[in-house]
Ligand binder design. Structure first.
Ligand code: PLP
Length: 368
């Protein structure tokens, strides 16, 4: 049996023939940017998240960068002002801060659920702190109330990185993207809500923030050929919006299937050498299913011998990357351990029960 980590061909096939029809519709109408599909997707996605506004942009990194840049303009933040971000994340969360001319301040994470450790945030707050950027990593929403009360106390903005958490919610029902002051989503094909190429979105209740981002993302243009700020070009096109509208309608169902598989993994993986993630199946949308193993590379090798593809998230932590040489002296032992010991098992909405059973049976035979 050959099991891909992510089977995008099979995932796309599950939306046919509707997906091809939606794309043909766009081609027939001959309208590719700033059209009806994008407008409707923005409305539908804002409503889905439980927020007032959504703006489609080119990718998740742009969504994050645009939010931070807009806050700089609107609130008068200076170059080098600080944003607190988890040390263990996909590097885009951190690059967005750098791209906005701000300084990332890395916060250690918890080894149990991989999220930013709220207890370690307050000591990082100083006179130049301007925002906290929580990442709902692997599909689980951070403890936002703790972050929001810290933000209130110190006058900070909370910008959610929701790139791995489409449709995830807190136990009280508040959805990722509606809890902080602004949120960024990515629709990279492998995400829980994935486009057929790049895509992203900003979601917020803050109308003036959204209007400013709209201008920044459109060449800094306030009205045709009148440019108030130096902007960029970042937009979601009609083809992507049409595909995303269709997939959004099935997102809850797709996430429930992910939870079903996660639940199976959590209750059937029984191996003293393997630590399972600490989350109830319903507490996450399981963008990634991480296990921790001190002999991670051997476990990965065993699985690959049995045709099971896995991935590592993320093998080199941001503060150990050459791109962030200025952070090389930081000591972040939990982040460093996770980089050495994390292994991600195949988990997506089109994985079959038989495949999940095969994966579990091999993992349970692993010995150190
Ligand atoms: C995927 C991802 C991003 C970046 O999204 P792109 O659309 O690839 O730019 C940002 N943050 C996290 C946590 C991600 O997983």
């Amino acid at each position: 049996m050959d099991i891909k980590y992510l089977d995008l061909q099979r995932i796309s096939q599950a939306y046919e023939p509707d997906l091809s029809r939606a794309l043909e519709g766009v081609i027939q109408r001959g309208w590719f940017l700033h059209g009806e599909e994008t407008k409707l997707f923005q409305q539908e996605f804002a409503a889905y998240c439980g927020s007032r506004h959504c703006l489609g942009v080119a990718n998740g990194l742009d969504a994050l960068t645009l939010i931070l840049t807009a806050y700089r303009d609107l609130l008068g933040w200076n170059a080098g002002d600080e944003v607190i971000v988890p040390a263990y994340t996909f590097i885009a969360s951190i690059e967005a801060i750098s791209r906005a001319g701000l300084t990332p301040v890395l916060c250690e994470v918890r080894a149990t659920d991989f999220l930013m450790d709220e207890a370690r945030i307050e000591p990082l707050i100083g006179p130049r702190s301007r925002a906290i950027l929580p990442v709902h990593l692997f599909g689980k929403v951070c403890r936002m109330d703790l972050l929001l009360s810290l933000a209130e106390k110190y006058g900070l903005k909370v910008v959610e990185d929701c790139a791995q958490a489409h449709g995830a919610s807190l136990p009280d029902g508040r959805k990722a993207g509606s809890i902080g002051h602004a949120a960024a989503f990515s629709f990279y094909p492998g995400k829980n809500l994935g486009a057929l190429g790049d895509g992203g979105a900003v979601v917020t209740n803050d109308e003036s923030l959204l209007r400013h981002i709209q201008m920044l993302a459109n060449y800094g243009m306030e009205q045709k050929y009148v440019h108030l700020v130096k902007g960029i070009n970042s937009r979601l096109d009609e083809m992507q919006a049409a595909a995303l509208r269709l997939k959004l309608r099935r997102l809850d169902r797709d996430n429930r299937r992910r939870q079903e598989i996660a639940s199976f993994y959590l209750s059937h993986i029984r191996n003293a050498h393997i630590q399972l993630p600490e989350a109830e199946p319903s507490e996450s949308v399981w963008h990634i299913f991480p296990v921790i193993c001190t002999e991670r590379n051997r476990l990965q090798h065993l699985l690959s011998l049995h045709g099971i593809q896995t991935q590592i998230h993320y093998p080199i932590p941001p503060h150990r990357q050459q791109a962030y040489a200025e952070m090389a002296n930081l000591s972040l032992p939990v982040t460093e351990r996770l980089a050495n010991e994390e292994l991600s098992l195949p988990l997506h909405q089109s994985l079959t029960d038989e495949e999940a059973r095969h994966i579990v049976s091999i993992i349970n035979t692993f010995t150190c």
